[in-house]
Design a protein around this ligand. Structure first.
Ligand SMILES: Cc1cc2nc3c(=O)[nH]c(=O)nc-3n(C[C@H](O)[C@H](O)[C@H](O)COP(=O)(O)OP(=O)(O)OC[C@H]3O[C@@H](n4cnc5c(N)ncnc54)[C@H](O)[C@@H]3O)c2cc1C
Length: 436
């Protein structure tokens, strides 16, 4: 273990100041135990950092435990499980599982930390076929606020086992996790992009929503809408254009995949079409998330359902005439996401039909202006809204309302007060970027 007053690890999110009193670079679980026990003894709040993709806001004071050196990944191909350290990224887990024809339930971006993603539920590329990543956790190791390392499984700590899977990050510092892998050596997927200009966006989203009502539970898809900047790094058809892309991942045969996406291709002329058979190790190309660190704010609305009128209104608000660049992502939910695992967990809103995510780069704008736009979007969606998604809140600070339904929230609050009565992990994150 190394600790220092000022060596703050670089993170993916650059929009919020990270200024702890002390940084602990943990190399093993015992370093985490010692850091938590020491912080608890001194009454200092504890924050955890793996890659910085999900930083909730500024960090002012306290102890920051960086887990990035705890990045072990050990696949057991016979049991079809992988044991990962707290700092492992999805890219490394995919790479280690692929030679065995196996895959984890990773998301769009290989740089995201696998542990925090899973604690927040984990919406994967194959979500509708296999459910939430949290549904596939076999066991966890966690250091709770009293400095005790606990092995958490259905038998040893059933209540923590329920809460850590989908309940989030306030129950302790997870030092490792064992998760189940699925058989997926290959997949049919990619994206097909359409010009969203001259009111074509409303047409594309209407056809997309109609299509989602026809596809089998084994097909997972999402739609993104954004105005691309006019920069030479982008493929020519995208530059400076408002583009709607449908992203697809399907483990069925390529012939069946081609048949299922035919109605999508019939929406209109495509700007680009990358739908194809691919090894699962290339699954990060389905979304092609930007890999470079930047400043962003983001929030989401979990929806029971979505009609075309409201969807089109959201595009009007967030499209080319919006006050700042805003990426809209609409995930089709349902399928296995609606099915509770054999050993229940704290993942909420199983009956949701869609998740609408908003993300805005913070260059040239400020958090208050972004929030004002998001409030307009939220108003449009309010009659269909169930809550918000824990994993897709970026820069929201301590604003946790809506992450869980009332019953789940109450049960989680009971767990937190039992294991962290002094609020070691749940205190204020300090002020956000614009002082709010
Ligand atoms: C580009 C991008 C793509 C994404 N794609 C998806 C996706 O496809 N599906 C999906 O579900 N989510 C996705 N997310 C959201 C992501 O899963 C969450 O933001 C997640 O919290 C990021 O974890 P991290 O370790 O990478 O980030 P960090 O910022 O390092 O961690 C986020 C928070 O998690 C907590 N935490 C971290 N490690 C631990 C630990 N060991 N124990 C306890 N708490 C811990 C801390 O509170 C920390 O502030 C994406 C995010 C981005 C930015």
């Amino acid at each position: 273990m190394t600790s220092a007053p000022a060596r703050v690890p670089a993170g993916f999110q650059t929009g919020f100041a990270v200024r702890p009193d002390l940084v602990v670079e943990a190399a093993r679980a015992d370093d985490v135990r010692a850091a938590v026990a020491d912080a608890a003894g001194r009454g200092l709040p504890v924050r955890v950092h793996a890659t910085g993709h999900g930083l909730p806001g500024a960090i002012a004071g306290g102890v920051l435990i960086s887990t990035r050196r705890m990045d072990s990944v050990e696949v057991d191909p016979v049991r079809r499980t992988v044991r990962i350290g707290a700092g492992a990224t999805w890219g490394r887990v995919v790479e280690a599982a692929a030679p065995h024809g196996l895959a984890p339930l990773n998301g769009s971006s290989p740089g995201v930390g696998a542990v925090s993603y899973t604690l927040g539920g984990g919406l994967s590329l194959l979500a509708r076929e296999f459910g939430y990543a949290a549904d596939h956790v076999r066991a966890l190791d966690v250091v709770t606020a009293d400095g005790t390392p606990r092995h958490v499984s259905p038998d040893s700590e059933p209540e923590l086992f329920w809460g850590l899977r989908g309940g989030g990050h306030r129950l302790g510092v997870v030092t490792g996790m064992e998760i189940g892998l699925v058989r997926a050596g290959r997949l049919y997927g990619g994206s097909v992009a359409f010009d969203g200009g001259t009111r074509n966006g409303g047409h594309v989203i209407r056809r997309y929503l109609e299509w989602t009502r026809t596809v089998p539970d084994t097909l997972t898809s999402s739609l993104s809408a954004l105005r691309y900047p006019d920069v030479p790094q982008l493929p020519q058809p995208m530059r400076g254009r408002y583009v709607l892309s449908v992203r697809v991942a399907y483990t069925g045969s390529t012939a069946e995949g081609e048949r299922l996406v035919a109605p999508l291709r019939a929406i209109g002329p495509a700007l680009t079409d990358s739908l194809r058979e691919m090894p699962y190790a290339e699954s990060h190309t389905v979304h092609n998330d930007p890999p470079f660190p930047h400043a962003y704010y983001g929030d989401s609305v979990v929806l029971g359902d979505l009609d075309t009128e409201r969807a089109a209104r959201v595009l009007e608000l967030t499209g080319p005439r919006a006050p700042m660049m805003t990426v809209v992502q609409l995930n089709h939910l349902g399928g296995a996401l609606a099915v509770r695992p054999a050993v229940d967990n704290a993942v909420p809103y199983r009956d949701a039909g869609f998740l609408l995510r908003l993300l805005s780069p913070l260059d040239g704008t400020d958090v208050a202006s972004v929030r004002a736009l998001y409030a307009e979007v939220t108003d449009v969606l309010a009659p269909l809204a169930l809550g918000r998604s824990l994993n897709f809140s970026f820069g929201g600070g301590d604003r946790t309302e809506g992450f869980h339904d009332a019953r789940t929230h109450q049960r989680l609050a009971g767990l937190v007060s039992r294991h962290d009565p002094a609020s070691l992990f749940g205190g204020s994150y300090g002020v956000s970027r614009d002082g709010r």
